[in-house]
Structures are given as C-alpha cells and as structure tokens.
Write a protein that binds this ligand. Structure first.
Ligand code: PXP
Length: 247
C-alpha cells in the first residue's frame, strides 16, 4: 500500500512580513504551530546567509516549540554547517543560494561538486540529520546525490509551475521519471517550489513522492482564507490526487 504523502509547510514568508516592519509580528513560530494543527506533517524554514526572512533566533525557537520534524533549508556553507550541527534538526535540505535571487532559482549542482558535498553530507549525517539535496529532475543529479551519500532528494517543481499546457505536461513527465529513477536507486524523493492549489494535484499523484514542501502560495492564500483553511485545502487536494491515482 502506498504511504501517505507528507506535507511540509515552509513558514519563511511569515518572517518576510514580520521583517517588513521590524517588530515581532507576525511570528513564524506561531504560524508553524498553527500549520501543524491544520495538518502539516513537518515545518520547513530557510536560514539564508543574508537573514532576509528567517533569523537564527527563529530556528532556535522552532527547535524548542515543534513536536514535528523541522527541515532546515540551508546553503552548503561552513557557517550553516556550524549552526545546523549545533541545533540538530530532523532534516537538512541543501539548496543553492545566490544573494541577488528572489527565491531559490535552480537545483544544486551535485554532479559537479561530488567530493565537497560528500564530506559536507557526512558531517551533517554524523550529527543525526537526514540530509536532502534540492535538485532539478535530472537523473545525473540523482545518481550524484546517491554517490555523495544523501538519503533524500527534493525535486525542483518551479519550472513545472511556471509553464502551462504542453510545456507543463513535459515538465510533469520529467518530474515523474525522476521520481521513479530516484526511488529505483534507493533515494527518498520529495518535491517542492512554487506549488499552489492549481498545480499540486498532478505532482501529488506521482506515486514515488513521499513529501511536498510548500510555502509562498500558502502564506499568500492565508490573507484570503486564513492559514489553517489554506493548509487544510492543500492537504485535501493532495489526498484526493493520491486516492484517485490509487483507485
Ligand atoms: N523547497 C525548497 C528546497 C525551497 O527552497 C522552497 C522555497 O524556499 C520551497 C520548497 C517552497 O517553495 P514555495 O515557497 O515556492 O512553495
């Protein structure tokens, strides 16, 4: 039987709104607790080098407050390794990070950085984290993820979400093929970036996927529906897509 598809809610943009005014509200930790109440199986937060949204203190408070797994999104830098190995979250997701980008723009080039990533992944794994690599849906990158010893990959769904029609269908097929390939070589496969109510169903129906990480759309939709109802609706769309596929 197929397992339930987990939903990780990314709360970075609650911190973006907080930081726009410089005070303490809205509090991303409060949003994380509400997300869990609404059906999130885990919380994701990205501590960026420039601290533009989540800050060090938020990570500390999330670690203290959460009863569900925390997925620490981070660039593969020495500074982040030091913070992650001190906090020891459940998971660490390594992403490429460019100062000038608005969001994570592409996948990590694992294939081009095998020796450095092997050591980096080993260091986090020794501290007890389940390491995930955020990659494009490219079999070369998945094989490389396996080679560096990461147990998990997260497939970048941004291009799929940005396109429509045939181009979107092609991207979906690429995601499905990558998920199959990843599972066949023993990786746990996740996906995320840019997903919303309209785009989540076909991705949730990919049987090999174990987890989706969704943030920006949910925080935006919270303005209209409230955060709890937005997450419950996303959860229902994921579950319906899985049930239809299994039937
Ligand atoms: N997964 C990863 C690795 C990401 O970097 C992000 C964005 O921070 C997400 C998922 C969530 O993307 P979005 O906020 O567009 O839903």
């Amino acid at each position: 039987m197929q397992g339930k598809l987990r939903l990780g809610v990314n709360i970075d943009h609650v911190a973006t709104i907080r930081n726009a005014r410089g005070g303490d509200a809205p509090d991303p930790v409060r949003a994380a607790l509400l997300a869990v109440e609404a059906g999130a199986d885990g919380i994701t937060a990205h501590l960026r080098e420039d601290r533009r949204h989540i800050r060090d203190g938020d990570m500390e408070r999330l670690m203290a407050a959460l009863q569900v797994p925390l997925n620490f999104e981070m660039a593969a830098t020495a500074e982040m390794a030091a913070i992650a190995t001190r906090l020891r979250p459940h998971a660490a997701c390594l992403v490429p990070e460019k100062r000038e980008e608005r969001t994570t723009e592409g996948g990590l080039d694992v294939a081009g950085n095998i020796p450095a990533l092997k050591d980096y992944v080993a260091r986090l794994a020794e501290a007890g984290m389940r390491v995930s690599l955020f990659v494009e849906a490219d079999p070369r990158q998945l094989d490389a993820a396996r080679a560096v010893g990461a147990p998990v990959v997260e497939l970048h769904t941004g291009t799929y979400c940005e396109h429509e029609g045939e181009a979107r269908a092609r991207e979906l097929a690429r995601l499905a093929a990558a998920a199959r390939h990843g599972a066949s070589i023993g990786l746990e496969v996740h996906a995320g970036h840019g997903l919303g109510f309209e785009t989540v169903g076909p991705v949730a129906a990919i049987a090999e996927l174990m987890e989706l990480n969704i943030g920006h759309f949910l925080i935006g939709e919270a303005v209209f529906l409230g955060l709890g109802p937005a997450i419950r609706r996303m959860r229902a769309l994921m579950d319906e897509a899985r049930a239809r596929k299994a039937a």
